[in-house]
Design a protein around this ligand. Structure first.
Ligand code: FES
Length: 75
């Protein structure tokens, strides 16, 4: 049985920024929309792969992890 890396936070690869840091910036700078996050940080503005997770973070108020990408890995 393969063990999966539960709970590991996602990163914006293009900007090399973890979502923990990104989440802290959204709180500190009162960023509440994906476009505001893109403008303030650059995350989500390049390849855009992380945009759905920025949206998830803003909706839920928590740091998205690998579990949000592929939850069936952990069944
Ligand atoms: S992974 Fe965030 S813009 Fe590419």
């Amino acid at each position: 049985m393969t063990q999966s890396p539960r709970g590991i936070e996602l990163r914006c690869i293009c900007l090399d920024m973890g979502f923990g840091e990104l989440h802290a910036r959204t709180q500190r700078e009162n960023l509440s929309t994906v476009e505001e996050v893109v403008r303030a940080t650059g995350c989500g503005g390049q390849c855009q792969t992380c945009r759905p997770y920025i949206s998830l973070m803003l909706r839920t108020g928590r740091v998205p992890t690998i579990d949000d990408v592929n939850p069936e890995l952990h069944e």
